[in-house]
Design a protein around this ligand. Structure first.
Ligand code: HEM
Length: 531
């Protein structure tokens, strides 16, 4: 047995047996003094940490980001200062609504969180595979998640809850169109674009600020799955996107994305025709062209899933000098919530977990103590600031430029802004789709919304009509709704539509309780039904 690696207990002492409990007699009860057994069971009982509230199912990989183009006129961030400069990264991809055991190939947005280990500290860009988001006020985010996650009564996912919430909030329309489109189920993570979504800022060595959006275009090409293809894959492989990424890296077919920024000056932002800090709006590429920055490559699979992927923690609050936030109120909310979630999920010292540590910058933040402090806790260095020992002085030269903010403090509703149009972006997207993509959008939506009550279907059909007449007409046909009723409802505004479609109105609010596969008389018309 001398050639085998030796088993020890938790503090390094040899363990003589790992299979048989110590009992009082061959058929007797287990003894308290089997301390190795007690330790093994107690550790096992605590092996599960809370899963992320959303984005629970994910996969990660290491790689590098390489600068290919000069953007120093916009930013002084060290990682962008030289063409050819490489920065180590860790990236975690995820689905959003499903729990840790959910299947990968679900219709859902995909998260992408990128940790850049720069020489000025870690920068986390925490984005998705869609250019915009469902909501624009952080107040509504917990509700979105409750609507897409499990129903409190049945414990099941509920299309009724999903669509009820979405159709009551017109700002979700563009994102709903994206999720129901052919891009709603990417074929793995390698075949999708990645977006920062929010408006961020950059400032250069002269402390001049511009507003920025981040884009990463896949070099593998876009590839998506139909509902049918995804259902077949999920039946045999719930980890399909994980397998795809793992195999690509194992076979040295390293996935790559080209990074771009869109730039808007402060002056342009003041005169923009809609709120440039509203995450539900896009910046048209024709007006704000993509500027190449560099290339992201993933080329190393983590050694241990739990240590490196499950314990990874990203927050938009982690920026480096030269990159900053913006007045986007959704982003402002996120600046608080990630660190808060991670202190709950991983503990107050979560940044000491190796995958989260700054790798190329020294950390000196005065934070001490707390559960699971595993480094030297700053030894004998002073614990307070300022001090006369010359320790850790703040660095005023990295202060970002001041930002003028005007207006009275109030709970503003963006819908009251006369420039606000929640349906233009969704309509524009529909108009650039080819015929196959339009058909896929209508069919996917019809299947998805099929179990929902009549009032919700009418609400959505009216939204589609407001976005584009043809989109509306085809949705009405697919959902077998009355076109005259939709036209009548479309004459009013969204507030009137909500009033007409709440309980007590003329529409049924009862969802269908039968699964579509059992139904002999489908309430929707899709390409498959017609055949
Ligand atoms: C104000 C709105 C939002 C709130 C309150 C919020 C909250 C959260 C929370 C609590 C987590 C789990 C964090 C953890 O336990 O480590 C999370 C994960 C995540 N969120 Fe958000 N989120 C918001 C909006 C967004 C938006 C707009 C995006 C994309 C631009 C996004 C992308 C992600 C990603 C990618 C993850 C997974 C990070 C990882 O892989 O560990 N979230 N979010």
């Amino acid at each position: 047995m001398d050639h085998l690696k030796k088993l020890t207990n938790e503090v390094g002492a040899p363990v003589e047996n790992n299979e048989h409990s110590i009992t009082a007699g061959p058929r007797g009860p287990v003894m308290m003094q089997d301390v190795w057994l007690l330790e093994k069971l107690a550790h096992f009982d605590r092996e599960v940490i809370p899963e992320r509230r959303m984005h629970a199912k994910g996969w990660g990989a290491y790689g590098q980001f390489t600068v290919t183009s000069d953007i120093t006129e916009y930013t002084k961030a060290d990682l962008f200062q030289k063409i050819g400069r490489k920065t180590d990264v860790f990236v975690r991809f995820s689905t959003v609504a499903g729990e840790r055991g959910a299947a990968d190939a679900e219709r859902d947005i995909r998260g992408v969180a990128i940790k850049f280990y720069t020489r000025e500290g870690n920068w986390d860009l925490v984005g998705n595979n869609t250019p915009t988001f469902f909501l624009r006020d952080v107040h509504k985010f917990p509700d979105l998640n409750r609507a897409v996650k499990r129903d409190p009564h049945t414990g099941m996912r509920s299309a009724q809850n999903n669509w009820d919430f979405w159709t009551l909030l017109p700002e979700t329309f563009h994102q709903t169109t994206v999720v129901m489109s052919d891009r709603g189920i990417p074929d793995g993570f390698r075949h999708m674009h990645l977006y920062g979504e929010h408006t961020y800022s950059m400032y250069n060595k002269e402390n001049k600020r511009v507003w920025i959006k981040f884009h990463f275009k896949t070099e593998q090409g876009i590839k998506n799955l139909t509902d049918d293809e995804a259902a077949k894959i999920n039946a045999v492989d719930r980890e399909s996107a994980g397998h795809d990424l793992y195999n690509a890296i194992k076979n040295k077919d390293y996935p790559k994305w080209k990074m771009y920024i869109q730039v808007m000056t402060e002056e342009q932002a003041k005169n923009h025709y809609e709120n440039p800090f509203d995450i539900t709006k896009i910046w048209h590429h024709s007006e704000f062209p993509l500027i190449e920055v560099g290339e992201l490559e993933l080329n190393r699979w983590p050694e241990n899933y739990y240590a490196e992927v499950e314990q990874s923690a990203f927050t938009p609050a982690h920026v480096v000098p030269g990159i900053g936030f913006s007045p986007d109120k959704f982003l402002q909310g996120r600046l608080f919530v990630y660190g808060d979630a991670q202190r709950y999920r991983l503990g107050v010292n979560y940044n000491q977990i190796p995958v989260n540590q700054a790798k190329h910058a020294e950390v000196a933040d005065y934070s001490r103590d707390g559960m699971m402090r595993t480094d030297g806790n700053y030894g004998a260095a002073p614990a307070y600031s300022p001090n006369s020992e010359g320790y850790w002085a703040a660095q005023p030269d990295v202060m970002e430029p001041a930002l003028d903010i005007a207006g009275a403090m109030w709970r503003y509703d963006p819908a009251d802004d006369p420039t606000d149009d929640c349906f233009r972006a969704g309509g524009d997207l529909y108009r650039v789709m080819n015929e196959d993509q339009k058909k896929a959008l209508i069919d996917n939506t019809a299947r998805n919304i099929a179990p929902c009550s009549e009032n919700i279907k009418y609400r959505h059909a009216v939204h589609c009509t407001w976005a584009d007449q043809d989109y509306g007409k085809r949705m009405v046909e697919a959902l077998k709704l009355d076109p005259k009723t939709v036209d009548k409802l479309a004459e009013g505004d969204h507030k009137a539509l909500v009033k007409e479609t709440l309980p007590g109105g003329k529409f049924s609010t009862k969802p269908c309780e039968m699964s579509c596969s059992e139904c002999k008389d489908p309430c929707i018309e899709t390409a498959e039904n017609k055949m």
